[in-house]
Write a protein that binds this ligand. Structure first.
Ligand code: NAI
Length: 331
């Protein structure tokens, strides 16, 4: 039996985790969930939003499924998500973005993958208050991290039959930092002559994505652009409720949706569990449970195609009603 760390998060996290755990259980796959709490709820008792036991659990089990955790804006603790990715060196954030059957959107030919660098850039957390009216934030880009994320993107393209990797920067303005990312991309690309390459500035990318997303295949981006562009891409396929993701390193992998803890709909039984479910399906493939991944994916596509949807997709089902429909469609 697999033992997998489950971080059920806060906000809508517990609602969508319950749904996904139930669906996996009803598919017939036995998983021993090592449940680990994190975030603001545990600070008082344990002194940290990301206690060492959470990291130890992932180190032991190697794989985790993670629901979103809130990060307060402004002063307060450092993001659990950023800390987790850095502590476990989960350097690649993989966010496939493809139309789902039954979810009608403006475009029906979106099939791209966002590969976001996950450990540095403006997320390095190096900020200083110069004076009361001035603050600095340092953007860190290293050759080592840039080369390994570009290599990850090209390896992913080769393994998954993709034909092009497009690097996204603002190297015309940030000549040194984004320039280094671009230079690393060009160096790595030399080892993959079978994959086409493309270079684009992030502002033009955003315009092109909302006009003709089908022209893109694999995108590789520094951390901040990757964060923003992946929400944009989520919008192309039906919104954050259906956008899956994974954080992958050499030793560990943490599967989590693109979206956050959605405090605006917390506790209302409204959240769409699909993004976490799709992340879990990728996790099942990662641990070699292809038959169960396939079974759950088929049930999801069938449910959506029947028009059974949560409010974010224009339907009227609650989280628990959608979960029940999904379970009924598991064959
Ligand atoms: P958000 O992604 O939580 O919500 C944005 C909008 O999308 C909201 O209107 C929300 O209701 C909707 N939405 C998100 N997920 C949904 C779902 N599964 N079903 C239906 N509707 C959904 O972004 P926001 O509000 O900017 O962030 C809230 C908190 O989440 C912040 O503290 C942020 O730092 C944190 N966050 C955590 C992440 C993580 O744990 N990996 C990732 C992104 C944000």
């Amino acid at each position: 039996m697999h033992t997998i760390t489950l971080i059920n998060g806060d906000g809508i996290g517990p609602e969508i985790s319950d749904s996904v755990v139930k669906i996996i259980e009803k598919s017939g796959l036995d998983i021993n969930w090592d449940i680990q709490t994190a975030g603001s709820d545990v600070i008082e008792a344990e002194g940290s939003p990301l206690p060492q036991r959470v990291l130890d659990s992932i180190k032991k089990n190697k794989v985790a499924l993670k629901a979103p955790v809130t990060t307060p804006i402004g002063k307060g603790f450092r993001s659990v998500n950023v800390q987790l990715r850095k502590s476990l060196d989960l350097y690649a954030n993989l966010r496939p973005c493809k139309n789902l059957p039954g979810v009608k959107t403006k475009f029906d030919d979106v099939d791209l993958v966002v590969v976001r660098e996950n450990t540095e850039d403006l997320y390095a957390g190096i900020e200083e208050q110069i004076d009361v009216d001035t603050a600095h934030s340092i953007k860190v880009i290293t050759r080592k991290a840039s080369e390994r994320i570009c290599k990850f993107a090209f390896d992913y393209a080769v393994k998954n039959g993709r034909h092009e990797v497009c690097v996204v920067t603002k190297a015309n303005i940030m000549k040194l930092s984004d320039g280094l990312f671009l230079e690393s991309f060009r160096d790595v690309a030399k080892n993959y002559p079978q994959i086409k390459t493309r270079e684009i500035l992030v502002d033009n990318l955003c315009m092109q994505l909302v006009q003709k997303p089908s022209q893109f295949d694999v995108l590789v981006l520094p951390n901040l652009y990757g964060d923003i562009v992946s929400d944009l891409c989520a919008g192309l396929i039906g919104g954050l409720g259906v956008a899956q993701g994974a954080n992958i390193g050499l030793d560990y992998a943490v599967f989590e949706p693109v979206h956050g803890s959605a405090p605006d709909i917390k506790g209302q039984n409204k959240a769409n569990p699909t993004a976490l479910l799709l992340s879990a399906i990728e996790m099942l493939k990662y641990i070699g449970e292809f038959a169960y991944a396939d079974k759950i994916e088929k049930a999801l596509f069938k449910t959506l195609s029947q028009g059974e949807k949560t409010c974010d997709l224009g339907g009227n089902l609650s989280t628990t009603e959608f979960t029940d429909k999904m379970i009924a469609n598991l064959e």
